[in-house]
Design a protein around this ligand. Structure first.
Ligand SMILES: [Zn+2]
Length: 451
């Protein structure tokens, strides 16, 4: 027991130190100093009042402030209540110094140390009341600002690993609700569910979708991992005449991809696999995706790179899109690369990924693979990263350092030349296009269709 506890403490502090070393810098606002803090736990409750067609989300957050100042959090929706250490307080939204993103600041200074923050927001985005129940999802995107968990509930920036729980109360539901998520779901009592998520999750990790059971069809089976585990899989699709075919097609595709990825990068990094065959769109989560048959390879790859080896900020996210696109195009090698990009070098607080990742980023990886071909190319290093650096958000600078160490040669100049430029300047030509394009930018109306 003692050893177990020690192990647990070590794991907790490992997350905390990674969080603190990846925390963005504080900055001055007209009201005082805004500081990024380390969320340690966040317990969320959503009450879906199906009769009155309203939903409210409350976050109970425990955080550590490593410096004094006004704590930063984010929520796309205006909070209706903010309570800091038991006191009602206000918050305001502000742009970061370079105006690259918007966030919220609690209008109250805290001292260095542990604090509690409770934030209540209305949940109206991607919520639809149908058939005596509710459809609700946290569809995310890394191609636009403020499109992770903060779009739906109060959350921190992507650098922060937070032990999260989510309790769902379906009040007045006249139907059975299915809950699809990449955490452990427990039905506490009729109409109430509690979900526990792994402690390494960040604001970009959670897949969450609830829908009346009558509106979907699902298949459940397991895949045998190379490490001996039986990985439980659920694939589901909206009910239609072609649903059975859609499930079969996805099952075949996902099984092929699972085996391919395990061959290349080792055992599936997550305890389960959840796939919503939405037929369009496409986004990755930890061991889960909303996708189509043609994009499922790309999205499952992201369970290794993006939601396995995780980016700590928007200037790092291009790595996983470039690597995924490199795979999509058949792992090409090229000896010449012209042009440059600023994929690693956008404004400091940028949260989303540069679009060039799919085109120039893919070419850059093809170029690096060729450059390192005498040492086996890029794949051995990718496998090394999955084994050694997964579930700890990192900066692009750390990726470069790790890569240079792995190959025993400095690769800094290549990354500088091609990814730390001051603009994106390269020829878009047919060979550079990544087809099919995996992450379409979807409007809220389009996302609503995928509930
Ligand atoms: Zn992608």
């Amino acid at each position: 027991m003692k050893f177990f506890l020690l192990g647990l403490l070590f794991v907790t502090s490992a997350f905390a130190s990674n969080d603190l070393s990846h925390r963005p810098k504080s900055f001055l606002t007209s009201s005082g100093k805004a500081v990024f803090v380390d969320f340690t736990t966040a317990d969320y409750t959503i009450n879906y009042d199906i009769t009155s067609r309203r939903a409210v989300a409350t976050a109970m957050i425990k955080f550590f402030a490593p410096e004094a100042g006004m704590p930063i959090f984010d929520s796309y929706a205006d909070p209706s209540f903010v309570v800091l250490n038991g006191q009602n307080v206000s918050s305001f939204s502000t742009k970061t110094p370079g105006r690259e993103t918007t966030l919220r600041v609690v209008n109250q200074n805290v001292a260095v140390g542990n604090h509690t923050l409770s934030v209540t927001v209305p949940l109206t985005t991607l919520v639809d009341y149908v058939d005596g129940g509710v459809k609700s999802a946290f569809w995310a995107s890394d191609l636009d600002d403020r499109r992770f968990l903060e779009r739906y509930m109060p959350a921190n920036f992507e650098f922060d690993q937070v032990k999260m729980t989510l309790t769902l109360n379906f009040l007045g539901a006249k139907t059975i609700q299915n809950v699809y998520t990449n955490g452990v779901v427990e039905e506490v009592k009729a109409g109430t569910y509690k979900i526990n998520y792994p402690a390494h999750y960040t604001s970009s990790s959670i897949f969450f979708h609830t829908t009346p059971a009558s509106s979907v069809v699902e298949t459940r089976y397991s895949l045998k991992s190379i490490d001996g585990r039986e990985i439980p899989v659920v694939i589901y699709v909206t009910k239609s005449a072609s649903a059975a075919t859609a499930l079969d097609q996805m099952k075949a595709a996902a099984t092929d991809v699972f085996q391919e990825l395990e061959r290349d990068y080792g055992a599936w990094p997550h305890p389960s696999l959840t796939i919503y065959n939405a037929g369009s769109g496409g986004m990755e989560y930890c061991g889960a995706t909303m996708t189509s048959v043609s994009a499922v390879g790309h999205e499952m790859f992201h369970s290794y790179f993006a939601r396995g080896v995780m980016p700590a900020n928007g200037n790092t996210g291009w790595l996983d899109e470039a690597l995924a696109s490199w795979r999509d195009k058949g792992y090409q090698s090229i000896s010449v690369l012209s042009g440059t990009s600023m994929m690693s070098n956008r404004l400091y607080y940028t949260r989303h990924t540069d679009y060039s990742a799919y085109s120039f980023g893919e070419r850059f990886m093809s170029y690096m693979d060729n450059k390192l071909s005498s040492k086996g190319g890029l794949k051995p290093f990718m496998r090394h990263m999955v084994e050694n650096r997964r579930f700890a958000p990192l900066f692009v600078e750390e990726f470069i350092q790790e890569m240079s160490q792995f190959y025993g040669v400095s690769l800094e100049d290549d990354f500088k030349k091609y990814t730390f430029g001051t603009k994106n300047k390269f020829d878009y030509n047919k060979s550079m296009q990544t087809v099919p394009h995996m992450h379409q930018k979807l409007s809220l109306e389009q996302l609503q269709e995928l509930l």
